[in-house]
Structure formats: C-alpha cells, structure tokens
Design a binder for this molecule. Structure first.
Ligand code: AMP
Length: 188
C-alpha cells in the first residue's frame, strides 16, 4: 500500500493517476468515492454532503466503511495507492488493521507553501473550492491530518516530495522514489 499524504492542492490526485498507469496499481481516492456516494444519494452520501461542502472531514466511520468496501485483503496484497486516506490517526489505525501492517510500504508526503496550495485550489474551481472553504480545509488538514506525518516518519515509511514545482518535476521525483522502494521491498 502506497499512501499519498499532504494538504489539499498538493497534487496527490495527479500523481496517484500517474502511478496507477506506470505501476499497474489500483488508486483509491476517498474524496472520489465520497463524491460518487453523494451523486448516487446513498445513506453515506447524504450524511457526507454538507460536511464536504463545508470543508470538514466526513466521520471516520463512514470513510472507513467506504474504503473497506473497496479494500479487501486481496486488494491490499495486489497493491493500492491511497489518495486522501488516511486523514486521521483513527483512520491510519483502521488501515493497519485491514491490511497486514507490512503491507503499508511507503507514505509519500507532498509539501508546498500555503499560498501556493490556495492558488491551485482556487484555480481548480471545484464546488468545494471557494476561498473560505479552502482556508478551512487547510486548517483542518494542519490540525487533524498533519500528525500522520510523524506517525509514518516514526515507522521509517515517510518520503517527502516538494510539490512546489512543475508537475513533471514532481512526477520525476515520485517515480524515482517509488521505483527505488519497489526494488527494495514488497511495497505492492
Ligand atoms: P479530496 O477529494 O481528497 O480533497 O476530498 C474531498 C472531501 O471529501 C474532503 O474535504 C472531506 O470532506 C472528504 N474526505 C475525503 N477523504 C476523507 C477522509 N479520509 N476522511 C474524512 N473526510 C474525507
């Protein structure tokens, strides 16, 4: 399991799709799964809609259930890229339970200055990308998700990627880092 960690706007989704193509891994974005649930009007989607629009985190229970549906033990073994999950320590613990712990091969940590992230999110112009919501999302990230950096660093699994660069440069760095890890271990 490859975890893409970092604030909104750091380019995790773009890199996840690139890695999926290059390495034949399955990429799972909990944001995409939740948006699909909202569009389908499922119970989880109904509960998540307003929370997402406000830029808050959907409850661990809902997100973990949605991810578990997609991530059975087989998928963990085959190799998945997680984009936007885990976002809380409780989610990280649930992931460690769902997969054998050594299945978590690497966590890429994307970083960029806050002003760069805000500009990118504003220009992306998705429904939850107003300035007010963006500012809130970044503060939720700093408070609730940022502690995961230490969680994975302590396990020796963290690799930092400078996201304040052209997308091709980020991609080259990601490829080198992931290829190196794949050669050394069973990241998939
Ligand atoms: P994203 O596309 O990853 O930026 O996610 C969009 C929105 O979905 C977030 O602002 C959250 O409201 C919600 N979301 C996505 N992933 C998670 C998660 N792992 N935990 C809680 N909420 C999430």
């Amino acid at each position: 399991v490859l975890i893409l960690l970092g604030p909104p706007g750091a380019g995790k989704g773009t890199q996840a799709r690139m890695l999926e193509e290059r390495f034949g891994l399955v990429q799972l974005s909990t944001g995409d799964l939740l948006r699909a649930a909202v569009a389908q009007g499922t119970e989880a989607g109904k509960a998540a809609k307003a929370v997402m629009e406000a830029g808050d985190l959907v409850s661990d229970q809902i997100v973990i259930d949605i991810l578990r549906d997609r991530l059975n033990a087989d998928d963990c073994a085959k190799g998945v890229i997680l984009d936007g999950f885990p976002r809380t320590i409780a989610q990280a613990a649930a992931l460690e339970e769902a997969c054998t712990s050594d299945a978590i091969g690497l966590s890429l940590y994307f970083t960029a200055p806050e002003a760069v992230l805000t500009d990118r999110l504003l220009s992306r112009g998705r429904q939850d990308d107003t300035l007010e919501v963006i500012t809130h999302r970044l503060s939720v990230y700093a408070k609730t998700t940022e502690p995961l950096v230490k969680h994975y660093a302590d396990q020796g699994l963290l690799r930092e990627i400078n996201s304040d660069r052209a997308v091709e440069d980020i991609q080259a760095d990601v490829l080198t880092t992931v290829s190196g890890a794949l050669n050394q271990s069973n990241i998939a």
